[in-house]
Design a binder for this molecule. Structure first.
Ligand code: URA
Length: 452
């Protein structure tokens, strides 16, 4: 049906709904349902949806509009039913950050504890990295499984990680790609609908949300992150799911590596019991919740301990290998990391002065990686899996003049020079030691983590 035919049938026209949102008027359920369904069927063009999305960013949405948008996106495709799998189905989702690679660690770790993790993830969005892009840097790894194969991998190894298929939340798949390149990511209503539509389509019992706040997050201010967390917890609970949201710090990249294959390397470090402290701590915290909600531990603390055991015994690592194999990837790539894509050149970024690393413009670090080719500037862009940044310093560290702050791994020298300049501007170096860093986990919303 063309837009004209649909408009004739319903009386709706995209341009009227754009104007209505632009002028701050609440849209009806029928209007939102029509817009989402028509866009999913390619009957409303990208440019009209882009304008509507921008109006939402600027004008916001009511709770009722957000609920209808989420439901329309959820029902734009199939809602999976994994009730035949006896284990509890639990997922974790982050609102997006820089160097945020916890999914690749948590899905296999929770599966090794007997929790089922059917994970549907996204690609890089704006300055943030995406789980799918990271997984695809493992040679052969297929994130585009059919629903039947998704189920088969989940049943066989307890976790499976894919992207939205044309069957699962197809509206989000289209909207996500469009928002990425139209400056329309940063709306709590759109983020809530995007994340929750995907997650609710997965057939899960419980969800752990990692809501980022700080200079590298979409929600820079903690109160905005809390607002988004409340929206998502409310949406999940309305659908009868157990949902918890951790508000976590994103004022500096998580871990030390930013860029797709580099981040896989860092995940392997963590799965082998090493890796940077902040990433280890956050993984343990999120795993504690996943295991608790998945019935594999009686409390968050017990969940964290079980997670540590699964790392120490190598069972989480083995689970990751099994999932890679089942999804068509080459598991040898994580035993021998030289099999992962490697950039041709590397360049040090040196400090022009001595002092203390007192701030990061973390969003700029993410942008620096996009500029290298590690993310997308246009919807059609492909991602270079090999490029990225290795950071040598964390907030509070001392810095000497000329000391390397970071190493840029590149395949294009002019992009590397741009990246170097962006990175130099993103480090704040002060004479006096910085105030103590804020805790990694700021708040927990939605549930308490005692015994069942
Ligand atoms: N992650 C998502 O899945 N969607 C968003 O809109 C932002 C982060």
């Amino acid at each position: 049906m063309s837009q004209h035919q649909a408009a004739a049938a319903t009386g709706f026209r995209a341009v009227d709904l754009i104007r209505k949102k632009r002028d701050g008027t609440e849209l009806s359920s029928a209007e939102i349902q029509w817009l989402v369904a028509s866009y999913t069927r390619d009957e409303v063009p990208d440019y009209q949806i882009s304008a509507w999305l921008m109006a939402v960013v600027l004008r916001g949405m009511t709770r009722a509009e957000t609920a209808v948008l989420t439901d329309s996106m959820l029902h734009s495709g199939d809602v999976l039913d994994f009730s035949s799998i006896p284990a509890k189905k639990v997922d974790k989702h982050s609102t997006g950050g820089v160097g945020d690679k916890t999914s690749l660690i948590l899905a296999p770790a929770a599966a090794a504890a007997g929790v089922a993790v059917p994970m549907i993830s996204g690609r890089g969005l704006g300055h943030t990295g995406g789980t799918l892009d990271k997984l695809e840097s493992i040679p052969g790894f297929n994130v585009n499984l059919s629903t039947a194969d998704f189920r088969r991998v989940l049943e066989t190894c307890g976790c499976a990680m894919i992207g939205q298929t044309p069957q699962i939340a197809p509206a989000d798949r289209k909207l996500y790609a469009l928002r990425d390149v139209t400056g329309t990511v940063e709306s709590p209503y759109l983020i809530c609908a995007s994340i929750m539509s995907k997650k609710l389509a997965e057939g899960i019992d419980a969800l752990v949300l990692d809501v980022k706040t700080g200079s590298g997050a979409f929600m820079k201010k903690e109160e905005d992150a809390v607002f988004l967390a409340e929206l998502m917890v409310e949406t999940g609970q309305r659908m009868g799911k157990q949902v918890v949201a951790l508000i976590t710090d994103m004022n500096q990249p998580l871990g030390r590596m930013v860029g797709n294959s580099l981040e896989v390397v860092e995940c392997v470090d963590i799965l082998k019991g090493a890796g940077p402290q902040d990433l280890r701590e956050l993984c343990a915290e999120l795993a504690g919740w996943m295991l608790f909600l998945g019935g594999a531990a009686a409390s968050i603390e017990a969940g964290k301990q079980r997670y540590e055991q699964l790392i120490a015994s190598g069972k989480a690592f083995e689970k990751f290998k099994q999932m890679i194999q089942l999804q068509g990837g080459d598991p040898r790539a994580i035993d021998d990391l030289t099999r992962l894509p490697k950039a041709q050149g590397s360049m040090e970024v040196r400090s022009s002065r001595a002092g203390f690393l007192s701030s990061f413009d973390c969003e700029q670090v993410g942008t620096a990686c996009v500029v290298l080719g590690g993310g997308r500037e246009r919807k059609e862009d492909s991602v270079d899996p090999a490029v990225g940044i290795v950071l040598h310093k964390k907030l509070g560290d001392t810095v000497s003049k000329d000391e390397p702050l970071a190493i840029v791994h590149y395949n294009d020298a002019s992009r590397a020079q741009r990246t170097r300049r962006i990175l130099l501007d993103s480090f704040g170096i002060s004479d006096a030691p910085a105030a103590a860093a804020k805790p990694l986990v700021r708040r927990v919303l939605g549930m308490s983590g005692g015994t069942h």
